[in-house]
Design a protein around this ligand. Sequence first.
Ligand code: NAD
Length: 258
Amino acid sequence: MSTQRFAGKVMVVTGAAQGIGRAVALRAAAEGGKVLFVDRAEFVSEVAAEASGTETAGFVADLETYEGAASAMAFAVSKFGGIDILINGVGGAIRMRPFAEFEPEQIDAEIRRSLMPTLYACHAVLPHLLTRGGGTIVNVSSNATRGIRRVPYSAAKGGVNAITQSLAMEYAEHNIRVVATAPGGTDAPPRRVPRNTAGDSEREKVWMSDAVKQVTESTFFKRYGSIDEQVAPILFLASDEASYITGTVLPVAGGDTG
Ligand SMILES: NC(=O)c1ccc[n+]([C@@H]2O[C@H](COP(=O)([O-])OP(=O)(O)OC[C@H]3O[C@@H](n4cnc5c(N)ncnc54)[C@H](O)[C@@H]3O)[C@@H](O)[C@H]2O)c1
């Protein structure tokens, strides 16, 4: 495997302050990419500064707004001269509840968190990819399109899969690939930014353990994956090694297909 797969490429990675997005952005930079680390957490610039690559920067934006997505893409172009690859990492279930227990505004919040940032960022990056004569979008979806205790999140990620397939079909003629991975449960260090800033109630902790049990038992390996096991397929799909793959949602969930 080449260790400089992204030499000369400009990459925008969202959700890059922690978790899977952070690890993807750091490895992309180590493999030669010029990487813009985008997140709404202010400390994203510290994370970008950890990178061993030649050129990186952090950018703070709220991707639940269209303006946030557009400003991130515009900054990447002004800083690095264009965009070749977008990796949409923002997302994650905020709450675990049986569907009947979700408040209406909590349903909306899940869609805003796990669908809209990808939809907005895909739209905002397109003019820049077209200017470049092509490019690649990798969406980080989830195997939770089939799962319990987070139906609104499942719906959001089903939407991400639909974006992936339809955008790929529509923009192939412009040399733009659109792909996704569907991670399963992933072990990660404690989050600096919690999914649910209000904290989980005792009932939500029980519902969370129901979901963890279902996710673990749905894998053939009966275990969570590691962050590295998620990063590798994301960056394979982002690289030119995957040049004949588009419109595909790749399950990365130990045998669970979501
Ligand atoms: N961790 C898992 O077990 C798992 C499993 C399946 C899928 N996924 C998916 O992988 C992706 C990354 O998950 P994770 O657990 O590593 O993430 P995480 O929850 O640890 O971090 C998400 C990052 O996104 C940022 N963010 C959230 N909302 C934002 C917004 N509106 N604008 C800008 N930044 C925002 C946060 O500040 C944070 O840095 C998500 O899309 C998630 O749905 C994760």
